[in-house]
Design a protein around this ligand. Structure first.
Ligand code: MG
Length: 282
């Protein structure tokens, strides 16, 4: 396994087919939005989607005034990004737009299904069976992810550690000074993306540091696997971790290129590609 002492996995979109899971969410979100803008929603929606796809670099998940994840990152972010444009064009004021979108998110999210990638169970079992510590680090709530893992029910699931609420989108300094984190630049440029990618994600770093303290591993002996380069892999890759991007159909080329340009980085369209990357049987 080439000196790997620790495996860190994202969850949504990495274990799961998030686009299929979100179908009921997207339907309900559109219905809710239609109540706000009237019968023209389809036209508004399609126009907003065209605006985003014509210049994807301009849109995304904004946190404290900067984009911290792309609009295509998942259907939830995409709906919110489209919703912003739709409500703005319908003449609804900024504060009301935020209230509407947050309300829709809250009521629609529980409708999401659970749809695992077809190879998720096999891959988790192979990873856990390798004897290397496997940790799930996710923005979702720990209990929510743990319940989904119980549904998947892989052999050895008790040794799978889940750390939720990782807040990978938060740009802030960690809770204590740290020379490893201090060496991180504020941002980096990716070939093919006109805006910067922000790296100092101290909250996510704290989750990784805790794992390194517990396992004795270091960034250099860790592999991190996720489905969104910017959110999951950019910071660990810069710290020296090996990264593996599990691409989804709408993952743009710049993300695949960015993952491959990290030393030891790779990509695949199926989660099982991670086993190849690690030279594990699967
Ligand atoms: Mg994900």
């Amino acid at each position: 396994m080439n000196n790997i002492e620790c495996i860190v996995l994202d969850f949504d979109g990495t274990f799961t087919l998030v686009d299929e899971e979100a179908v009921p969410f997207v339907d309900a979100f559109r219905q809710g939005l239609a109540l706000e803008v009237g019968s023209d929603l389809d036209a508004y929606w399609d126009a907003a989607a065209r605006v985003i796809s014509a210049s994807p670099d301009r849109f995304g998940w904004e946190y404290d005034g900067v984009i911290v994840a792309p609009s295509h990152a998942d259907p939830y972010i995409r709906c919110t990004t489209i919703g912003q444009i739709v409500l703005e064009r319908a003449g609804i004021a900024a504060q009301r737009r935020t209230e509407i979108l947050q309300g829709l998110y809250r009521t629609c999210y529980p409708l999401s299904r659970t749809v695992f990638r077809p190879d998720a169970k096999m891959v988790v079992e192979a990873l856990v069976g390798s004897g290397v510590p496997v940790h799930v680090v996710t923005n979702s709530a720990t209990a929510h992810v743990q319940a989904k893992i119980d549904v998947l029910d892989p052999a050895g699931k008790a040794s799978l550690q889940v750390r939720g609420d990782a807040k990978k989108f938060v740009l802030q300094e960690p809770d204590r000074k740290d020379p490893v984190f201090d060496a991180l630049p504020a941002r980096t440029a990716l070939a093919g993306l006109s805006r910067p990618v922000w790296l100092r994600r101290g909250f996510y770093y704290q989750a990784l540091r805790k794992i390194w303290e517990e396992t004795g591993a270091s960034p250099e002996t860790t592999v991190v696997c996720g489905d969104i380069f910017e959110l999951d892999l950019a910071m660990p890759g810069k710290l020296g971790a090996r990264v593996h991007l599990v691409a989804r159909p709408e993952t743009p080329d710049y993300e695949r290129q960015a993952a491959r340009s990290v030393p030891g980085g790779s990509t695949s369209t199926e989660l099982g590609g991670l086993l190849l990357h690690l030279d594990l049987p699967g």
